[in-house]
Design a protein. Structure first.
Length: 217
């Protein structure tokens, strides 16, 4: 594999031009909406040692004289708002607000890795664990020293109190990134692992090094 298989400049220029993440807020129920923020307002996210302090109140939805407030999950700036709907009846699932926030270095690296690594996705919504053999190898050699190939039993899927082996399907490589937490449900289609072919590892490490050099936060 050659250097031009991964276009460093194209990947990094995307983040130089738009170094932000975006959180879309949708209505969870029908009702009459009343906004508490405006376009370009700064908002605070959930804080506190136990995440017990709510973020900025974004809006309320009144349904049958019952007000349901919605609070910001993230610190940032209101970059989009459907303020034309203020005081109007809205359906559930409407995109109402978008919050823009500056990406941190680790978030940029994570997003790049998700794009360039080979994803191994969840076949069902379930809880996942490494197979005993893979976990033993990780404990002994470290995660990024463990290679897998198509047909290997890599994970155990726990669903409806039944454990089912999950076999890897894809190009061989090392387990570079792990996106699940053991015992925590993962939605179907969400990535569980990021697999890196050994020959691509130096290229990925080069991107990570460049991100660390260019972004200080």
């Amino acid at each position: 594999m050659h250097d031009n298989d991964i276009d460093y400049d194209t990947i990094l220029s995307q983040y130089r031009e738009d170094p932000f993440g975006y959180v879309d807020i949708h209505t969870r129920q029908t009702g009459q909406i009343h906004f508490h923020v405006n376009l370009e307002d700064d908002v605070e996210g959930i804080t506190g040692q136990w995440h017990h302090i709510k973020g900025t109140k974004l809006f309320e939805i009144n349904r049958e004289r019952n007000n349901k407030p919605v609070f910001s999950p993230s610190k940032g700036v209101i970059s989009f708002i459907r303020d034309d709907l203020d005081g109007q009846f809205v359906e559930a699932g409407e995109r109402i607000i978008t919050i823009r926030y500056p990406l941190k270095k680790r978030e940029i690296i994570d997003q790049i890795l998700r794009n360039v690594l080979t994803p191994f996705v969840a076949p069902e919504r379930a809880k996942y664990f490494f197979s005993l053999e893979i976990q033993s190898r990780i404990d002994k050699f470290g995660q990024r020293s463990v290679s897998v190939k198509s047909g290997d039993e890599v994970l155990t899927m726990s669903l409806m109190k039944r454990d089912t082996p999950v076999y890897y399907k894809g190009e061989p490589g090392i387990i570079h990134s792990v996106y699940f937490k053991p015992g925590v449900s993962v939605d179907q289609g969400e990535p569980l692992l990021g697999i890196c072919p050994p020959e691509k590892l130096p290229l990925i490490e080069t991107i990570i090094t460049r991100v660390k050099a260019e972004w200080t936060v």
